[in-house]
Each structure stands twice: as C-alpha cells, then as structure tokens.
Design a protein around this ligand. Structure first.
Ligand SMILES: Cc1cc2nc3c(=O)[nH]c(=O)nc-3n(C[C@H](O)[C@H](O)[C@H](O)COP(=O)(O)OP(=O)(O)OC[C@H]3O[C@@H](n4cnc5c(N)ncnc54)[C@H](O)[C@@H]3O)c2cc1C
Length: 320
C-alpha cells in the first residue's frame, strides 16, 4: 500500500535504500501490548551502512523513532509520525571470542535477548543467563539498561556502537553510556547497532540450570504470556512500585479493556481489546491514587510514543 495523501510529500523524498520501507503499518500487530496505532512508515535497514545512509540523507524534518521488540513501549492510538526503524536481519549476528576464560560476545542490536542467552549457553559463556528473562532486543536492553535477578546490562557491556541522528557512528565505552537503573544518558535519537558483552567460561549444563530457574521464577511472578509492556513504573528509591500500587488498592483496577494484573500489580494487561488510551489512562489513574495514598509520584518505565487520538488523524482510507 502506498502512503496516504498527508504524508505523500515527504515520503517521495525518502532516500533510496537497500532495506525495505513499508507504509501505514499497524504497529499494534507486533508490539507486546497489541494496542495502539499505525506508523506512517516502517524502515527495516539492510545493515549498518544502509541505516547510516538513511539517517544522513533523510528529509531533516521527518521524525525517526526506533522500536525494538516493543516489549517496553506503548504506541498511542494516533500512531507514530514519520519513520519507525526496526532492526531485523542484518542486525542479529552473534559471535563469541575467547581470551582465556573471558568471553567477548559481539551481538547485533536486533538480536533477541533470549537468543543471545541461548547462544551463550551453547558456547559455554556464563554471566549472561539473565538475558533469558528479558523479552526484548539487545538495542532495547541497552537503552533501558535492562536487568533481572540481580544483573543488568551495565554489568556486562564492554562497548556499544550507535549511529547518531546524522548517521555518524560512535563507539561507546560503558562510562560514556551513563547506564543507571532502567536508564541510559545516550542521546534519545541515537540508534544502537551492536554491542560487545562480557562473559566467563562456565559449563553449559550449569548455565541451562540457571536459565530454567529464571524461567520458573518468571512464570510464577509475572504475567509473561499476557499482552503487556512489562513493569509499568520504575521502583522509587527504597520502595517497590508494586507494593505502593497494592497499598493504594489498585490491584485488579480496570479501565476499558485494560486491567492492572492480579499476579503482579506493576503490570498493566491488555485484557480485552484495550486502546492505548485505556492503558495510558489506567496508568495515570494508578499514579494519581498512589500519590494520594502514599505521597510518592510514580514514574513511567514504559516508553509512550506517538500521538494521542484515533488513527488516522486525517480520516484517510484506514478510517473504518
Ligand atoms: C512480560 C515482560 C517482562 C519483562 N521483564 C523485564 C525484566 O525482568 N527486566 C527488564 O529490564 N525489563 C523487562 N521487561 C521490559 C522490556 O522487555 C525491556 O525493557 C527490553 O529491554 C525492551 O527491549 P525491546 O527491544 O522490546 O525495546 P522496545 O520496547 O521496543 O523499546 C524500548 C525503548 O528502547 C528504545 N530502543 C529500542 N531499540 C533501540 C536501539 N536499537 N537503539 C536505541 N534505542 C532503542 C526504544 O526507542 C524505546 O525507547 C519486560 C517486558 C515484558 C513484556
């Protein structure tokens, strides 16, 4: 399908690329929440050079947003303006190099955390099993400093490569990434393209056991098969977000098709064809009640992107 009338002007001036453009793409089909609007354009670059060329030559006023697996993102109902970059084939390489008992794992930013964990297990690389509990890509894990069960990306990143908004490549040492709890200070418009992670020699059977433990703990504590965005809010200093939400009486709270998980009340579930507005509105209601009850102002961990309102904004052909 071609671009609708409103975007046609800038779509015509998108650079020639080796990867693929797709127009008017329903993002709700691929993000974890299974809610929200369309992207004007989705670009799947062929490789790093293709992405760098795109960033260097795209029309300057067209916004660019990168979405990994969409496991920590809420796409608003009005959709995402401009180009959404998604790293797929060409960004999923994995290679292990050994230096004695120390392993350096080079991974593309589009690689799935789970696949990296499995690859490391098979190669006898310990220290990265925590990635098996995080349902995203390496790019999303770098941006969010993702972590679980006492480990986070900051513990294992040796180096990351990112393209800035003009397509220039930057090689970042951990110090330059400003990684802290679910946060990185790397500019928001930079796109991670790869990383080198550190591990150590360990028996595959031991790593497999550890991964099974992680899996069992997750099954018991998180709604991992639900349509969700993971933890909705970050834990405030010295407190757990879920405890505050529980204290404010929000466990099981519903708005439209969205519900606060009974199993883990820092998770919002798309229980019944929720709109992004239902999900965001429920989150804001929880923030209001928690602040009223406890005085603590919860901060969103989930990244909310795109426009409020209904898709399409201009009543185009997808309006039905
Ligand atoms: C059931 C469930 C359980 C979860 N459990 C955990 C957990 O235990 N620990 C944890 O930390 N998280 C957890 N999460 C949240 C989520 O999986 C992580 O934050 C993950 O790292 C997000 O990766 P993603 O590829 O899905 O990124 P997305 O959700 O697509 O994006 C998240 C952010 O990263 C940015 N981003 C994505 N790719 C890139 C890139 N290549 N370069 C620059 N920026 C990029 C996006 O623009 C966005 O701002 C969970 C989520 C779910 C649904």
């Amino acid at each position: 399908m071609m671009a609708n009338g409103k975007m046609a002007g800038w779509v015509e001036s998108l650079p020639r690329v080796r990867g693929r453009y797709a127009f008017d793409v329903d993002l709700s089909r691929t993000v974890w929440f299974r809610a929200g609007g369309h992207a004007d354009v989705v670009f799947r670059p062929a490789d790093v050079d293709d992405l760098a060329h795109f960033l260097a030559t795209r029309p300057a006023d067209v916004p660019v947003t990168v979405v990994g697996l969409g496991s920590n993102v809420l796409v608003r109902d009005g959709g995402v303006e401009g180009v959404v970059v998604r790293l797929r084939q060409g960004f999923r390489g994995m290679q292990v190099r050994w230096d004695g008992a120390r392993a350096l794992v080079e991974v593309g930013a589009g690689a799935l955390d789970m696949n990296v964990a499995r690859h490391c297990r098979d190669q006898g690389v310990g220290g990265l099993a925590f990635l098996s509990g995080i349902p995203g890509t390496i790019g999303g894990a770098l941006r969010m400093n993702a972590g679980a069960y006492g480990h986070e990306m900051a513990d294992v990143v040796v180096e990351a490569k990112a393209l800035d908004g003009d397509g220039a490549l930057h090689v970042l040492a951990p110090d330059a990434m400003g990684l802290s709890y679910r946060h990185s200070t790397v500019p928001e418009d930079w796109i991670f393209v790869s990383a080198a992670l550190e591990g150590r020699r360990e028996e595959p059977a031991t790593i497999a056991e550890h991964m099974e433990e992680i899996n069992a703990q997750r099954e018991a504590s998180q709604p991992i098969r639900a349509r969700t965005g993971g933890s909705t809010f970050t834990n405030p200093a010295g407190r757990k977000a879920w405890e505050l939400i529980d204290e404010a009486g929000c466990r099981g709270l519903v708005r439209g098709g969205a519900r606060i998980s009974e199993q883990h009340c820092n998770f919002i579930i798309n229980a019944d064809r929720a709109s992004a507005a239902d999900i965001e509105g429920l989150g804001e209601e929880v923030r209001r009640r928690v602040e009223e009850k406890t005085g603590v102002s919860l901060q969103w961990e989930i990244r909310r992107i795109g426009r409020h309102g209904r898709w399409p904004q201009d009543g185009g052909e997808d309006a039905a």
